[in-house]
Design a protein around this ligand. Sequence first.
Ligand code: ADP
Ligand code: MG
Length: 253
Amino acid sequence: NQKGGVAKTTTTVNLAAALSEQGEKVLCIDLDPQANLTMSLGCQMPDELSYTIADIIDQAIAENPIDLMPSSIQLSGYETVLINEYGRENMLRQYVDAARPFYDHILIDCQPSLNILTINALIAADSVLIPTQPQFFSAKGLELLFQTYSKVQRKMNPDLKVEGVLVTMMDRRPNFTRGVVDLIRSTYGGSVKVFDSEIPMSIRAIECGAEGKSILAHDPKGKVAEAYRNLASEVIDNAQREKCRAYQHTAVR
Ligand code: ADP
Ligand code: MG
């Protein structure tokens, strides 16, 4: 989602934590120079790291898989570094493809703009998970988002799927937010998956970003943790179904 503050980073952290809790092996890649994901996962001084995703892009090769591929401000210069590079859209893909066999899920947290880094993510990815807030303008923004998605799919990554639209920060004003969520479900539900799980608004979610912890660690019995666990189950089901489909496809062929 090109909008900031819709819980992209929060969702990356907590979906990763919930998947991991369910026994899945997860790699998180922070592709935002602001390094919020890196900080949310406990690394408070990203600019002092000696090795980040920027170095990976430099080398465009991977040696040892690790569980967090952090970001730092160093990455902010990569738009200009990449712009002159041959195959610049595929730099991240090389790394992700090398890391793929070691993980059940690889989550890439993007920044809220469609630049060369985000394009790298969309080319490296199998699918996009789109967090959105239950507000009228966010719902309208989805239209633009799907246009961008179709363009990327058509021109750069024909295999790119929509994992699902995730409604985040649901509050308890039923006739206001519920109406928007119903609109999202009726408009898009037929063509893409809109996750059954909806993430409630909670002050506990805001607290844990600064703590460098997931909400599953900070407030394990809370409703946000529960919602992210449900989301993780839906993502695992999706992956299973996708695997079956791919298997049947090869079997038929
Ligand atoms: P993005 O990565 O899309 O910019 P963030 O994940 O950084 O968005 O979230 C933006 C802000 O919203 C953060 O301050 C975060 O703590 C807060 N937030 C995220 N999820 C929730 C939630 N379920 N309830 C309340 N606040 C939330
Ligand atoms: Mg973010």
